[in-house]
Design a protein around this ligand. Structure first.
Ligand SMILES: *Cc1c(COP(=O)(O)O)cnc(C)c1O
Length: 718
């Protein structure tokens, strides 16, 4: 914290024995979540409770019995582990020679503020819907590892995204829940008198307030805004209840709170950020607030905009025009009519900052606002860069498409959050622990070839069995509730076979991801999965947005196939996809399937998580896979041509999908087995995948790119 008047005191668990009191510090910093030893420090105390609180250490410490705590505080073995972990934690938090300090010793005091609608940090903090949020969470974890002077702003949604339940007929239902803030690692920001710190923004006819919670992500503070305070009307308290509501008034109010409120929060806490990084356009109103600050200091709007642009970084994630966040002009007028005169602008000048003409009336489009007021803009993969320059070309009509100022930085994943513990240990043995310091160094990864097939195979088999047990346990727990039909328990995976070739398909279910593609020729699929000698099973998981009827129909179509007795229990749907399920799947499956309608997948990241865990990607050459695939480290589906008919595209892609599965993937897995029954050809591909993809698609490479190509130029331009 910069401001001296504001405190952020970790709530104390009241009965921890003194010797292990610092368990509380671990519980209130997400560092534990990407350090397997720290996980053991909690789980060893009471493994059953650890699982039953969904690996949430704050809830765990509230519920664990005093006698068990006393017991471990006298257990020599435990105390060794405890002391080592605390030492590692302190060393991490106090490290001076970080990547950033070494590279940029002169610019350490410049703050980078990162704003996002969603953050996926851990399954116990449901502030995410999908890939965008996971990316933001991984960005923070990596920034912490690298020692970036970064702070982040987002929301805590007290009703999260939603809980998914599938009815017997395959229809997705949503059930609500309320978060218990006391069970989250959130620390309230308070003033000297112990009162909650509040920020305020104007909405039509009223001012609304938000309190601020801090979550520590290693060294990075994440500030979460929350309107459930008495100062607000009950209606306004609902403003931060849910992520991605379809109600436009709520949506614009949330975006004003994040953008305008985000700037005010930074001022209140005493930060003077040099860089403002908008993860998607949801926070783009921050530029309006920053221009207003400068206009009030005597600048003209144009001068102000010039300054604001220099420090702004904007990352776009949406290659589909319809997917962009936009508001009808009348709504923006309602919320901003007092602002444009203050900025010295006319109505038209203000609306033109983000105006997009469309057949259903003029729109105020948030990515346009962000693009117009940022000097540093990027898409999230090479292909997405091309698509974005084309899509936004109309904003720069005088330029050639190639000169539209949107570059790309391909996404990555935080290796330590997604890699299985055992695979990490295997890498330590054959690559040396250097890979942990420099996960993006391809030379270190060359040594993957030294790992004996049998060892990778053993880890994979272990992870696959672990995944099967996890899925079985969930199915059993659901059956035990007495609320589901037996066929739903079957669909939940009780017939899983740990020896069968296992394919995973897990992600959100918008139509462009074509979750239905594998069903295109259902009879052919049945023949494939039910072959007695070479069985195949496919695990599905994912949520459709509650307002996305076509998405829910895809889930239903899949679920009906899964329930069909002819699929023999080899198709499975795991309800309520979250980061925990994602971890088990990316670590356990043999093949990671992705079938987006090209070129609609901006990047995709789940395949990267699977690759470093020894899974083989089988995907359309879209998003990151267009860069990652080299002919030897997985498989591609379909061709890179452009289609004008979606039916034709689906038919051709499906055909390619079946052919490659039947002729290449299944045979490679089941034939050419060594004496020890290991598929040697398969293992060659697995090693190629780990070696080539791990260094290229990790967040270390991604965040270095952001620092070098966006943050440092933004700081230096100022
Ligand atoms: C990684 C991840 C995603 C992103 O999946 P894509 O296939 O990249 O769309 C979504 N949800 C969860 C829970 C994830 O862990």
């Amino acid at each position: 914290m910069i401001s001296k008047n504001i405190t952020c005191t970790v709530p104390k668990a009241n009965f921890l024995p003194e010797r292990i009191e610092r368990l509380n510090d671990l519980a209130y910093n997400l560092w534990w979540s990407w350090n397997p030893e720290a996980v053991t420090v909690f789980s060893k105390i009471n493994p059953v409770l650890w699982d039953s609180v969904s690996h949430n250490p704050v809830a765990f410490l509230q519920q664990v019995s005093r006698s068990m705590l006393n017991q471990v505080s006298n257990d020599k073995q435990y105390l060794i582990l405890f002391d080592q972990t605390i030492e590692a934690f302190d060393a991490y938090m106090n490290k001076k020679e970080t990547w950033f300090m070494q590279k940029y010793p002169n610019i350490k005091d410049k703050t980078i503020t990162y704003l996002s609608f969603e953050f996926g940090l851990h399954e116990s903090i449901p502030a995410y819907a999908g890939g965008l949020g996971i990316l933001a969470g991984d960005h923070l974890k990596e920034s912490s590892d690298m020692g970036l002077p970064l702070v982040a702003i987002g929301f805590i949604y007290n009703q999260g995204y939603f809980v998914q339940k599938i009815t017997e007929d395959g229809w997705q239902e949503t059930s609500n829940f309320y978060l218990d803030y006391k069970k989250l690692p959130m620390i309230p920001l308070q003033d000297e008198k112990g009162k909650d710190v509040l920020i305020a923004v104007q909405l039509p006819g009223r001012e609304i307030k938000a309190r601020v919670w801090q979550i520590n992500v290693g060294r990075i503070p994440l500030y979460l805004l929350d309107t459930t305070v008495n100062e607000n009307t009950p209606y306004d308290q609902q403003l931060t209840a849910k992520l991605y509501t379809s109600d436009l008034e709520t949506r614009i109010s949330q975006e004003i709170l994040l953008g305008v409120g985000g700037v005010r929060l930074m001022r209140l806490l005493g930060y003077n950020p040099a860089v403002w990084h908008m993860n998607e356009g949801h926070s783009a109103f921050l530029s309006i607030e920053r221009c207003l600050e400068l206009v009030k200091q005597g600048k003209t709007f144009d001068e102000a905009a010039e300054i604001v642009r220099k420090g702004n970084v904007f990352t776009t994630h949406t290659p589909v025009p319809a997917g962009n966040d936009r508001f009808p002009v009348w709504l923006v007028e309602k919320y901003f009519h007092q602002i444009w005169p203050e900025l010295g602008l006319t109505h038209d000048q203000f609306i033109n900052l983000a105006k997009e003409e469309s057949s259903y009336g003029d729109q105020f489009t948030m990515p346009i606002l962000a693009l117009r007021l940022s000097d540093h803009c990027n898409a999230v993969s090479e292909l997405h860069g091309m698509v974005s320059r084309d899509m936004w070309h109309f904003l720069w009509p005088d330029r050639k498409v190639a000169d539209v100022p949107i570059t790309h930085i391909t996404n990555g994943v935080h290796s330590f959050s997604w890699l299985s513990r055992r695979m990490g240990i295997l890498f330590d043995r054959y690559l040396g622990t250097e890979w942990r310091e420099n996960p993006d160094n391809p030379e270190i990864w060359e040594k993957v070839d030294l790992i004996p097939d049998a060892e990778i195979w053993a880890v994979k088999r272990h992870q696959k069995r672990k995944m099967a047990r996890f899925i079985n346990d969930r199915a059993r727990a659901q059956w035990l509730t007495g609320t589901v039909h037996p066929v739903q328990t079957l669909a939940a995976g009780v017939l899983l076979d740990s020896d069968a070739l296992t394919i995973g398909f897990a992600r959100r279910f918008p139509t462009y991801k074509r979750g239905y593609l594998i069903l295109h020729d259902y009879e052919r699929l049945l023949r494939l999965i039910n072959n007695v000698d070479t069985p195949v099973q496919i695990l599905f998981s994912g949520k459709a947005h509650p307002a996305d009827e076509p998405g829910k129909l895809i889930v239903q179509q899949l679920y009906r196939a899964i329930k069909d007795h002819r699929s023999g229990g080899r198709l499975v749907f795991i309800e309520d996809y979250n980061m925990e399920i994602a971890r088990y799947l990316v670590q356990g499956v043999d093949v990671w399937l992705n079938t987006p309608r090209r070129p609609n997948e901006a990047s995709g990241t789940s395949g990267m998580k699977s690759a470093m865990n020894g899974g083989l990607n089988f995907s359309i050459l879209d998003g990151w896979w267009h860069e990652g695939y080299n002919g030897k480290n997985g498989w591609s589906i379909g061709s890179e041509k452009q289609y004008d008919s979606t039916e034709k595209q689906d038919a051709e892609d499906a055909l390619s999908l079946y052919e490659i599965l039947e002729e290449r993937i299944v045979p490679l897995y089941y034939s050419n087995r060594s004496d020890a029954n290991i598929p040697t050809g398969w293992m060659m591909k697995v090693k190629n995948a780990i070696r080539t993809l791990s260094p290229q698609f990790c967040t270390r490479r991604m965040v270095s790119d952001y620092v070098r190509n966006m943050y440092i130029p933004a700081i230096e331009e100022r």
